[in-house]
Design a binder for this molecule. Structure first.
Ligand code: F6R
Length: 612
C-alpha cells in the first residue's frame, strides 16, 4: 500500500527515487510519481500504472537535482489518474507533498482554503495538505520549514506519513508520521527517507524509525527529530537484519515461488537458538515473562489480520491441544472496536508479518489501554508493532516480497507451535513428549524440503483444474485454518472464488454448492478422523464434485474415491499445519500463473495495509 521515498544528498535524486519506488512495488499501487528541485523550482513527473512507465518517462524528463520525493499511490480519494497521483504541489508550486494515510477532515480544510482562493487540481485529500502548508507559510514566512509543517499538522485529523519538499527551503525535506510508517536511512553525506526499509537498503543498513507524533527535518548531512509538540526525541539507530538478496528474484520467475521454496530455511531461522538445553522445550529470548509468570496466564488472546489470523487460529488448536490453555483469536479490525470482554489473566499477542498493519496496531493499543501485557510476533525488526509491544518474538523470515504471504505464514505457525510446546511443558507435558515434539520441529526443514518436490505434480493438477470457478477447501481441527489459508491464497493470487469450512460443516449448507463444476480440496492429514473425512469425500463424489485430497498415508481408498491425491509425509500433529499448507501455496501459485495473473502483485492488494 502506498510507498514514500525521498532523497537529499549530493547525487542526482531521480534515479534513486525511481529505484526506491521499484523496491516498494511489491506493496501494491496503481500510479507513481516523483518531484525534484531543479534550479530553484519543483518539477514533477507522474504516471498511471507500473513504476516502469515512470522510469521510461523519466528518460525524457530533463529536470535533475540532489533533492526529491517520490510516491507509489494506492487510490483512496479520487480515481487512478495522473492528476491524483502524488507528489501534489501547492497552488503556486512552493511545496510538494507525498502522503500515505487518510486526512479525514480534508473537505473542511479544502472549503477553508477555497475561500482563501487556493486552487485545487486533484480529488485527493493530500492536495489540501500541500495547500495548507502553503497557507501557514504565507501567514508566517519567518518560521522554519519544520515549524510550518508542524503548525499545519496540528490541524490535521486522520493518519499520515508525509514527506514535504519546498523551493523556499531548498536544503531540507520535512517528514512526519501518525499511524503510517516512515524511516530515515542514514547515509554518508546523504539521507534517504522512505516508508519501507526496502527502498533504502541498497544505500545504507542504518535506519531510524519515526514514531507516531514525530516530525523530522532531514538535510544531506544531518537530521533532527522532535515530537509534534516540540519535545525532544531519543534517536535509536537500527541495523537492517535482512539480506539484500531477499529483494532479488535470484533466477526464480516470481517472488511467490522463490518464497515458497525458501520455507525450509525460513522455518529453520524461526527455530534457531530457540530450544532449551535439555532438548525438551522451546524458549524465546524476546519474551521477558518467567515460567512463574507464564503459569499465571489463564487465557491467551491473539489479534491479527488475513494470513496472520489464520496462523493464530492454527496456533489456537495447537496451544489448546498441548498446553490446555483456552485461546481466543480475534480479527484485529473487530477487536479494536468491539469492547470484547477479557478475563483478568489474559496474555495478549498481536501477530503481524509487516508489523505495520493499522488494524493490528490499533488492537495492540486497545489491549494496552485496557492494561493488558501485549506481546508481538512480527517479521520486521524495528517495525511499529515491534516497538509498541511490551516484548515479542521476531520471525527472522527475511523480507517477504510477494504480496501474498507464504514463508512468513509458515514461520508464524512454526513459532506458534513452539509456543504451544513451551506452554505445554510449563503445564502438563512430560519430558519425553517434549523431546518428541522438539525432534518433530527439528525435522521440519528436511520434511518441507521433501514436500517442495511436489511442485511438478501440483502443477499438473493445476493444469487440469485452472479453469474451474468454484473451489471449496475443507479441513478438520488444526487443518481448518490451513483450509482457510489455502482458499485465501487462491482468491488473492488467481481471483477465483474459494471458500473454506471445517470438513464436517460441509453438510450444513455448503454441500448445496456441490455440482460437477465444484472442486473440493480436502486437507485430510488429520488422521484421527479419517473415516469421517472419507464419508465427506463420498458425499462430494455422489453429487458429481471433483475431489483433490492432500493425505499422509497410503490408504487404498484415496485412489478409489478421489480424483487427485497428493501424499505428504505423516508427521507429529504439532507440525502438521506447517507441512500441510505448502501444497496449497503451490496450488494457488500455479492456478494463478495458468490464469495469467500477476501473482506477485495481485490486483487491489497491498503488502501491508496501513489504512483502515
Ligand atoms: C495474505 C496476506 C494478508 C496479510 C494481512 C496481515 O496473503 O498477506 O492477508 O496476512 O494483511 O498482514 P500483516 O501480517 O503484515 O499484519
Amino acid at each position: 500500500m502506498c510507498g514514500i521515498v525521498g532523497y537529499i544528498g549530493q547525487k542526482e535524486a531521480n534515479g534513486i527515487l525511481i529505484d526506491g519506488l521499484k523496491r516498494m512495488e511489491y506493496r501494491g499501487y496503481d500510479s507513481a510519481g516523483i518531484a525534484v528541485l531543479d534550479k530553484g523550482s519543483i518539477f514533477s513527473l507522474k504516471r498511471v500504472g507500473k513504476v516502469m512507465e515512470l522510469a521510461k518517462a523519466q528518460t525524457k524528463f530533463h529536470h535533475h537535482g540532489p533533492i526529491g520525493i517520490g510516491h507509489t499511490r494506492w487510490a483512496t480519494h479520487g480515481n487512478v489518474s495522473e492528476r491524483n497521483a502524488h507528489p501534489h504541489l501547492s497552488d503556486g508550486n512552493r511545496f510538494a507533498v507525498v502522503h500515505n494515510g487518510i486526512i479525514e477532515n480534508y473537505l473542511q480544510i479544502k472549503a477553508f482554503l477555497t475561500e482563501k482562493n487556493y486552487r485545487f487540481t486533484s480529488d485527493t485529500d493530500t492536495e489540501t495538505l500541500a495547500n495548507l502548508i502553503d497557507y501557514h507559510y504565507q501567514k508566517a514566512p519567518y518560521l522554519s520549514f519544520a515549524e510550518i509543517v508542524r503548525k499545519t499538522l496540528l490541524h490535521i485529523e486522520g493518519t499520515y506519513g508525509i514527506a514535504v519538499m519546498s523551493k523556499i527551503f531548498a536544503d531540507e525535506i520535512v517528514v512526519a508520521r501518525k499511524s503510517s510508517p516512515l524511516l530515515i536511512g542514514v547515509g554518508e553525506g546523504e539521507n534517504i527517507i522512505a516508508s519501507d526499509a526496502a527502498a533504502v537498503a541498497r544505500y545504507t543498513r542504518c535506519v531510524v524509525y519515526l514514531n507516531d507524533g514525530e516530525i523530522a527535518s532531514v538535510r544531506s548531512d544531518n537530521f533532527s527529530i522532535t515530537t509534534l509538540h516540540e519535545n525532544a526525541v531519543d534517536v535509536i539507530r537500527h541495523e537492517l537484519d535482512w539480506e539484500i538478496r531477499d529483494m532479488d528474484l535470484e533466477g526464480y520467475p516470481h517472488y511467490m515461488l522463490k518464497e515458497i521454496v525458501e520455507q525450509p530455511f525460513v522455518i529453520e531461522n524461526a527455530m534457531r537458538g530457540r530450544f532449551t538445553a535439555d532438548g525438551c522445550s522451546a524458549k524465546f529470548g524476546g519474551i521477558s515473562l518467567t515460567p512463574q509468570e507464564l503459569r499465571t496466564v489463564d487465557r491467551l488472546l491473539f489479534c491479527a489480520c488475513g494470513s496472520a489470523y489464520h496462523a493464530c487460529l492454527a496456533g489456537k488448536y495447537l496451544i489448546e491441544k498441548y498446553a490446555r490453555i483456552p485461546v481466543d483469536v480475534e480479527y484485529a479490525s473487530e477487536f479494536r472496536y468491539r469492547n470484547a470482554p477479557l478475563q483478568r489473566n489474559t496474555l495478549v499477542f498481536v501477530v503481524s508479518q509487516s508489523g505495520e498493519t493499522i488494524d493490528t496496531l490499533a488492537a495492540l493499543h486497545e489491549a494496552k489501554r485496557r492494561g493488558y501485557t501485549v506481546l508481538g510476533i512480527t517479521n520486521v525488526v524495528g517495525s511499529t508493532i515491534a516497538r509498541a509491544t511490551d516484548a515479542g518474538i521476531y520471525q527472522h523470515a527475511g523480507l517477504e516480497m510477494g504480496v501474498a504471504s507464504t514463508k512468513a505464514f509458515a514461520s508464524q505457525i512454526t513459532i506458534l507451535s513452539m509456543l504451544a510446546l513451551l506452554l505445554a511443558r510449563i503445564h502438563d507435558m512430560d519430558a519425553i513428549a517434549g523431546l518428541q515434539y522438539v525432534q518433530a520441529l527439528k525435522s521440519l526443514p528436511a520434511i518441507t524440503n521433501e514436500i517442495l518436490k511436489l511442485s511438478d505434480p501440483i502443477r499438473m493438477i493445476a493444469e487440469k483444474y485452472y479453469e474451474c470457478e468454484r473451489f471449496l477447501f475443507l479441513g478438520r481441527q488444526a487443518m481448518y485454518p490451513i483450509a482457510l489459508e489455502g482458499a485465501l491464497k487462491l482468491k488473492e493470487i488467481a481471483y477465483v472464488h474459494a471458500e473454506a469450512f471445517p470438513t464436517a460443516e460441509m453438510k450444513h449448507g455448503p454441500i448445496a454448492l456441490i455440482s460437477d463444476e465444484t472442486v473440493c480440496l480436502f486437507i485430510a492429514t488429520q488422521n484421527e478422523l479419517l473415516d469421517k473425512t472419507m464419508n465427506n469425500i463420498q458425499e462430494v463424489k455422489a453429487r458429481g464434485g471433483k475431489v483433490i485430497a492432500i493425505v499422509n498415508n497410503d490408504c487404498i481408498a484415496w485412489e478409489v474415491f478421489c480424483d487427485e491425491v497428493l501424499t505428504i509425509p505423516e508427521v507429529h500433529p504439532g507440525i502438521n499445519p506447517i507441512v500441510s499448507v505448502i501444497p496449497l501455496q503451490f496450488f494457488a501459485y500455479y492456478i494463478g500463473i495458468l490464469r495469467g495473473c500477476d501473482v506477485d502483485r495481485p490486483r487491489n492488494l497491498a503488502k501491508s495495509v496501513t489504512v483502515e
